[in-house]
Design a protein around this ligand. Structure first.
Ligand code: PLP
Length: 469
């Protein structure tokens, strides 16, 4: 592709993108395809000769687009949002155009320094403590793995110096709640603790971790010769957006020198609202904290904001400086390759910067506040309709509900009726909702957060649910 063809195709592409954003509402939110359909429609072998850009655009529209789920569709209420935005898309185009590897300060000084500045902006927006330093990771799953690897490194040192233990294999324990995200389990396995050393702490009636149960579990382990290495609390669980009591959990973690990590992947964004900042009460006791601007803060996937207090512990865990990467400035700059797992790094700070500048903090706050208000409206409609019941509190923009059990109906039957309702609603392809299980009870989740969603879409979704019921 020469530059003039790139220019022509690029202009057409931006027109296509603008039309897509304007018209996505008219597309079905989920595709009508069966496993293998898309693959069968594509040639099994690569083309031997170049195809023109017009052919590519044509194939994209004909073969690929019909197989896509539209996460930016205003009827997308499933999982948690991945709320891409036009400013973020533009910045992604620039990132792709420059194609820099941002592994060291020297390999793109502006990328490193913009990352430092934007991460500090985020720290201020969430009113995180001044002693938190931020670095962008790809996802929360990676950030939690980074936290548990650092915790392991630190606990190994403590075990040797405090308990005189030279070999900690099979002794380090990680604590989290029964409603934690599965990425915590994955990180425990990958970081080498062993999944049998992950303790799942009991919940209170709102699906949040019970600090007394955490303290009791730690006491039992310590008495048996184990070493508490880390505690992972969740602010905004995936199932119901339950808020673990951070202060109480943090105090217990500190008492036992356990690394305290907070997973606020989805909910963290809400803390930029003064009226929602309570969700982070006690965050100052944490050793590390992660939230995803790529979920609810209008930044395109991927961009995960990881904050850590003890940067030296992080660097001791991840630094690797082979000769070919050494530069004259290493002593005076941040080389973000040493702040996580990967060497090569995308220029993610650019889209973060672009989004914060394009909307301003107040603009982002207004959008998040609306989503939370609309979720309260949905919760109100559910409370007023005796066929339904709310399954959990609604502190943010996720509403968990189900059809109420009928007199004498057993769990399997009520679960089946709710599953059928969700299947029927999603089969319209006008909306997309997801589900979870709460103590075995099938629960429908409606997460409001796509950028294009307006109140009328929320109202239409509720009418559809109500009439399907
Ligand atoms: N933690 C929580 C609470 C989540 O809800 C999710 C995803 O929804 C994750 C972690 C994983 O996020 P990521 O896809 O960034 O790894």
């Amino acid at each position: 592709m020469d530059i003039s063809e790139f220019r022509r195709t690029g202009h057409e592409l931006v027109d296509w993108m603008a039309d897509y954003l304007r018209d996505v509402e008219r597309l079905p939110v989920t595709p009508d395809v069966q496993p293998g359909d898309i693959r069968r429609s594509l040639p099994a072998a690569p083309p031997q000769v170049a195809e023109p850009a017009s052919q590519l655009m044509n194939d994209f529209g004909r073969l690929i687009l019909p197989g896509m789920t539209h996460w930016g569709h205003p009827g997308f209420f499933a999982y948690f949002p991945s709320s891409a935005s036009p400013p973020s898309m533009l910045a992604e185009m620039l990132t792709a155009t420059i194609g820099a590897q941002c592994m060291s300060w020297q390999t793109s000084p502006a990328a490193t320094e913009l990352e430092q500045v934007t991460m500090d902006w985020l720290r201020q927006m969430l009113r995180l403590p001044d002693d938190f330093t931020g670095v962008i990771q790809d996802t929360s799953s990676t950030a939690t793995l980074v936290a548990l690897l650092t915790a392991r490194e630190r606990a190994t040192g403590f075990a040797a110096s405090i308990h005189g233990l030279q070999d900690v294999q099979g002794r380090l324990v990680v604590y989290t709640s029964r409603e934690r995200h599965s990425s915590v389990d994955k990180a425990v396995r990958l970081a080498g603790y062993g999944i049998e050393f992950l303790r799942l702490v009991d919940l209170d009636g709102n699906f949040a971790m019970r600090p007394e149960a955490l303290a009791a579990a730690m006491a039992t382990d310590i008495a048996a010769g184990f070493v508490p290495a880390a505690v992972v609390a969740t602010t905004g669980t995936t199932g119901t957006t339950a808020i673990d009591p951070l202060r109480a959990i943090g105090e217990i973690s500190r008492r036992h020198n356990a690394w305290f990590h907070i997973d606020a992947s989805y909910a963290g964004t809400a803390a930029i609202l003064p009226e929602k900042r309570w969700i982070l009460d006690g965050v100052e006791l944490a050793d590390s904290f992660v939230f995803n601007p790529h979920k609810w803060m209008l930044v395109n996937f991927d961009c995960s904001a990881y904050f850590v207090k003890d940067v030296d512990a992080l660097l001791r865990t991840f630094s690797a400086s082979p000769e070919y990467l050494r530069t004259a400035h290493d002593a005076e700059v941040a080389n973000f390759r040493d702040w996580g797992i990967q060497l090569g790094r995308r220029f993610r700070a650019l889209k973060l910067w672009w989004v914060i500048k394009s909307y301003g903090v107040e603009g982002i706050q207004a959008i998040i506040r609306q989503h939370c208000d609309w979720a309260q409206q949905v919760a109100g409609w559910i409370r007023e309709d005796e066929r339904f019941e709310l399954m959990a509190p609604v502190p943010l923009a996720l509403v968990c509900f189900r059809l109420r059990p009928r007199e004498g109906e057993d769990l399997a039957a009520i679960n089946e009726r709710n599953k059928e309702l969700l299947t029927r609603v999603n089969a319209t392809r006008q909306v997309y909702l997801s589900h979870t299980a709460l103590d075995g009870r099938y629960t429908i989740r409606m997460a409001i957060g796509a950028r294009a969603t307006e109140l009328r879409h929320v109202q239409e979704a509720w009418s559809l649910i109500s009439s399907s019921a």
